[in-house]
Each structure stands twice: as structure tokens, then as C-alpha cells.
Design a protein around this ligand. Structure first.
Ligand code: MG
Length: 160
């Protein structure tokens, strides 16, 4: 059967942190704040995978108060979600990711992000879409206070 999951995440941009987005480090004056590396794109994607299999959300599996996850690479969250999907005999069909950021420009980095995500998701880069947009300087994202991401995942699972 086909199952769809969606995920959203927003993190604040702060000085003194590296910007890690879509699994890669991007040169920028500020980075995302959070208890892990705060990669909003991977967090949204992790929630989308978990959503497709009805397994709660990233906070269920990785409680933010646990010091263990401090500055952790967010790929471990996505890998855990993928492990749960595979335990059910599932696989990803495709994913569609949208990143909202006023700065830096995301488009030049999309291919590098796809190259990181493909082996984790177990699919070709052609099945990963990464889109980026600003919010036309509207709202908190538009003022550059943070970066947000929305993810949709389509998964194929045995019928239950
Ligand atoms: Mg998050």
C-alpha cells in the first residue's frame, strides 16, 4: 500500500553556530539553534517518514531534554526513522522537500543535499525534490529570524 507522511520544522537563526541544512554545512553568518545540529530540513523529513508509518514524531524518539543529542548530526534521526520503516518492510517512493529561507540562497546547494539524502533514504537522487523559496520578507522567516522546512514522503509498505 501507498502511505504519505508530512513534516514541518522551524528553527531560529543565531550567531555563533554553523549552518547545517539538508545534511550539509553551508557558509553563512549565522546558524540554526537547537539541541542537535538543528537541521530543519532533516527534522521535517524525519517527521515525514515517521508520519508515513504512524510512529509519532522526532520528539517521541529523541526527547530534546536528553543531553545525548546535543549537537548531534540530524542524519541519525532520519536513519532511525528509516530503520523503523524498513522493519515494516517499507521503502520510500519519493520525497518532496521545501525550504523557506530569506538567506542564504539555497538553490546552489540542492544537489549536494540530494547526494547526502539519497543513500539514507535508499533512493536515487531523481526521486528527491528539494525546493527553496523566500517568504518575500514577510513574517519571522522573511525577517531572517529563522529557517523552516516542509517535507512530504511517499512510502510503499506491505498491506496491513
Ligand atoms: Mg527541529
Amino acid at each position: 500500500m501507498i502511505r504519505v507522511g508530512s513534516g514541518h520544522d522551524t528553527h531560529r537563526l543565531v550567531a555563533g553556530r554553523p549552518l547545517v541544512l539538508g545534511g550539509i554545512r553551508i557558509e553563512h553568518s549565522r546558524g540554526l539553534d537547537g539541541h542537535s545540529d538543528a537541521d530543519v530540513a532533516l527534522h521535517a523529513l524525519t517527521d515525514a517518514v515517521l508520519g508515513a508509518i504512524g510512529e509519532g514524531d522526532i520528539g517521541t524518539h529523541f526527547p530534546p531534554h536528553e543531553q545525548h543529542w546535543r549537537n548531534a548530526a540530524s542524519s541519525i534521526f532520519l536513519e532511525k526513522a528509516m530503520r523503523l520503516l524498513r522493519e515494516r518492510g517499507g521503502m520510500i517512493a519519493n520525497t518532496d522537500l521545501t525550504i523557506l529561507a530569506e538567506a542564504p540562497r539555497i538553490a546552489p546547494h540542492c544537489d549536494a543535499m540530494k547526494a547526502v539524502l539519497a543513500p539514507i533514504l535508499g533512493i536515487a537522487t531523481s526521486r528527491i525534490a528539494i525546493k527553496a523559496t523566500t517568504t518575500e520578507r514577510l513574517g519571522a522567516i522573511g525577517r531572517g529570524e529563522g529557517i523552516a522546512a516542509f517535507a512530504t514522503v511517499t512510502a510503499r509498505l506491505p498491506y496491513v
